[in-house]
Design a binder for this molecule. Structure first.
Ligand SMILES: Nc1ncnc2c1ncn2[C@@H]1O[C@H](COP(=O)(O)OP(=O)(O)O)[C@@H](O)[C@H]1O
Ligand SMILES: [Mg+2]
Length: 324
């Protein structure tokens, strides 16, 4: 309540200053008065005045000014003059908007670099570690040649273990950056991931995906990463008994939700993510980098649901599919 009163007081002060600065400019105040307009714009932005509030305030100030002006010619000139004043006052908003766009662009680039890095690691695990294991197999076979019969069984066991290691490494590298994500799309990639996690963690994962066709590359990668983090959380933190993944389309929006029936957690008031951890924060950033929204619902004992909505149109960075 106190905050509301304080805001109202500030707004009234601001309005008064705006009126007098506009009058000053209309009376031929020139550059100095324009500088005042810019300063007022900066303050309005800092005090979180919306552009609509600013426009309405300008509107009232202009009406008063027109009423107070008697000369007909002067009256007619007021509209143009006041528009100049308003444009100057709004320019800090424009700059902030440009800064926001730059930040989003930087975030997108960062995500692309991250994806490249993940690809590199996935290939390194798959190819390099795979080749090393082949070399180990060969070296062992050499050693085994000169071994007495009794120890051969032990060697066979070691070979079996090595085969297991190889199988797991291959599986993890594919999950890290599945080639089917590029080749077949995010739903088959999510099914592949869910299948692996489901078997390893003995966790039923139910998938209800009614969408078909491909989405822009960035959107597909984002969706895959969201599901990957949510599934990892469901195993690691929730100790869930079931997970449900749903994907559906609403006009020009791709929606997806991942829900578990596990431990849940206490949400911080007014914050969409818990205090610790980076996974959910990174998810939110990935989603906002492509203009989407994300919602987390969770409470202790009642499971967790992560839902995202991603726009499918007007996303320039989304249209640069390289394959498919
Ligand atoms: N599905 C979930 N069930 C229960 N707790 C969760 C779930 N997802 C996240 N949390 C809680 O939120 C915290 C932050 O998660 P996250 O940002 O993914 O980071 P991290 O997984 O690295 O801890 C976790 O440490 C956990 O306490
Ligand atoms: Mg996590």
């Amino acid at each position: 309540m106190k905050t509301a009163t304080r805001r109202k007081g500030k707004l009234e002060n601001f309005e008064e200053e705006y009126r007098s600065a506009l009058r000053e400019y209309a009376a031929g105040g020139g550059e100095v008065a324009l500088g005042h307009a810019y300063e007022l714009g900066r303050r309005a932005l800092a005090e979180q005045l919306s552009v609509v509030e600013l426009a309405s305030l300008h509107h009232h100030a202009l009406i008063d000014l027109v009423r107070a002006t008697e000369d007909k010619q002067q009256k007619e000139g007021l509209l143009g003059i006041s528009a100049e004043f308003l444009a100057e006052c709004v320019s800090p908003y424009e700059m902030a908007h440009r800064g926001f766009q730059d930040a989003v662009k930087a975030l997108r680039q960062l995500n692309e670099t991250l994806e490249e890095e993940i690809k590199r690691i996935a290939y390194a695990v798959h190819d390099e570690a795979g080749q090393l294991l082949v070399a180990v197999h060969l070296a062992l076979a050499d050693v085994a040649l000169g071994m007495p019969e009794a120890q051969q069984a032990q060697f066979t066991r070691i070979k079996e273990l090595l085969n297991e290691v190889e199988k797991h490494l291959r599986r993890y590298s594919h999950e890290l950056r599945p080639t089917i994500l590029d080749d077949l799309g995010w739903i088959p990639a999510v099914r592949f991931l869910a299948d692996g996690i489901s078997k390893r963690a003995n966790l039923p994962i139910h998938i209800d995906a009614t969408v078909s066709g491909r989405l822009p590359t960035t959107t597909e990668t984002t969706l895959y990463r969201i599901v990957q983090e949510a599934l990892t959380n469901a195993v690691k933190h929730a100790k869930a008994s079931n997970v449900w993944i749903r994907a559906w389309r609403e006009d020009f929006t791709q929606c997806c939700s991942i829900r578990d029936d596990g431990a849940g957690f206490k949400m911080r008031h007014g914050q969409g993510t818990p205090r610790k951890g980076l996974g959910l924060v990174a998810m939110r950033e990935r989603v906002s980098a492509i203009g989407g929204t994300m919602r987390i619902e969770s409470s202790p004992g009642h499971g967790t649901e992560v839902s995202v909505r991603l726009p499918l149109e007007g996303n320039d960075a989304n249209t640069n599919r390289t394959r498919g």
